[in-house]
Design a protein around this ligand. Structure first.
Ligand code: DC
Length: 224
């Protein structure tokens, strides 16, 4: 029996899940896994190869040709898609606009969940996403469900994206977030819902340090 610890962080888009997950992993010397980056990398592959989302055979075939790897330097997400570093490209709007459709596909979820469960088998990890506490690690000893005012989330994401893409507007980012919230919570396969035993963290008015303290408070009993 393994006695590694998995911390599951779920919640809405642009809620600061990855900021908290990275900070926690760094503090605890756990491995950080950004499950959203996996769905984004699959989406990038599907876009590049014009995979038809209605063709189940084509989807299954494409999934066989996708090899994802995380390279954990400095607690940032470095992900490769078939050995190509795609960490920046997966954050751009073409991927953001299409990732909900791709991540709603049963075949895609099945494959990603399998890979994620493998990563948490024997190592201490912090994984963030949408279904980590409900589907990937339903027995995780600590589950945090993050939420924040959608306007505040859009402003935070806009600041990040605007540095790299000055043409982007706040309205566009807000629309994308609202649309993804809708798709993430209403999809048939593993919709975004709070696991019954997840602790809610609404960070609308919290600094990253306050969020880290909140989480560490919940983790510490698990470590002693
Ligand atoms: O966390 P993120 O915004 O980078 O995630 C990108 C998309 O991937 C998001 O719209 C929903 C999907 N996703 C998912 O369905 N399940 C996960 N565990 C993580 C992300």
């Amino acid at each position: 029996m393994s006695n590694n610890i998995v911390i599951a962080i779920d919640g809405y888009s642009s809620c600061g899940k990855s900021t908290l997950a990275k900070a926690l992993a760094q503090k605890l010397h756990f491995i950080y896994v950004d499950s959203g980056a996996m769905y984004r990398a699959v989406t990038l592959y599907f876009l590049r190869h014009a995979v038809d989302l209605n063709d189940h055979e084509e989807i299954a075939e494409a999934l066989k040709n996708i090899h994802l790897n995380f390279h954990s330097r400095d607690y940032q997400t470095h992900i490769t898609l078939n050995d190509e570093e795609v960490s920046d490209e997966i954050r751009q709007m073409p991927v953001s606009d299409n990732v909900s459709g791709v991540s709603a596909l049963r075949e895609v979820r099945h494959e990603m969940v399998k890979q994620q469960q493998r990563m948490g088998k024997s190592k201490n990890i912090v994984m963030d996403g949408r279904d980590i506490g409900t589907t990937v690690f339903p027995d995780a000893p600590l589950k945090i469900f993050m939420t924040a005012d959608p306007k505040v989330r859009a402003e935070r994401r806009f600041k990040e994206l605007h540095e790299k893409n000055p043409d982007i507007t706040l309205e566009e980012v807000f629309e994308n977030i609202a649309h993804r919230d809708y798709l993430d919570t209403t999809r048939v396969e593993s919709p975004l819902v709070r696991a019954k035993d997840a602790i809610i963290l609404d960070n609308t008015n919290m600094t990253p340090d306050e969020q880290l303290d909140f989480a560490l408070d919940k983790v510490n009993p698990l470590l002693s």
